[in-house]
Design a protein around this ligand. Structure first.
Ligand code: ZN
Length: 109
């Protein structure tokens, strides 16, 4: 099982309101919670493949910070057509799935 290695740089300056990029950042805690929830399988197709932590919502739409309900472990890489990460980023049906899945995650808590 392989996971994308991510290094999240610390913001250099304190800001009153975090930028869209900062709000879209996936913290280690969120990443680990998503990995645990996925059980090592793609949360969309269920395949045990190379997984990436994908945003279910556009980064600029995140209000304060990205939570575990805003992301899903999906098979990737996103640049490859046919992977779930590619589908949710680039197809209408995939975006709808992402939005519905996100609603479902928020309802569980
Ligand atoms: Zn998949």
């Amino acid at each position: 099982m392989e996971f994308e290695l991510r290094a999240v740089p610390k913001p250099k300056h304190k800001r009153f309101k975090p930028t869209a990029k900062q709000r879209g950042q996936i913290s280690t805690e969120v990443y680990e919670a998503a990995v645990e929830r996925s059980g090592g399988r793609c949360e969309r197709c269920g395949e045990k493949r190379y997984l990436q932590c994908a945003h279910l919502i556009r980064r600029w739409k995140v209000e304060i910070e990205t939570t575990v309900n805003d992301v899903a472990m999906l098979c990737g890489p996103s640049v490859n057509t046919g992977t779930c990460h590619n589908i949710i980023d680039f197809t209408r049906g995939g975006k709808e799935w992402a939005e519905e899945y996100r609603q479902k995650l928020y309802k569980r808590h």
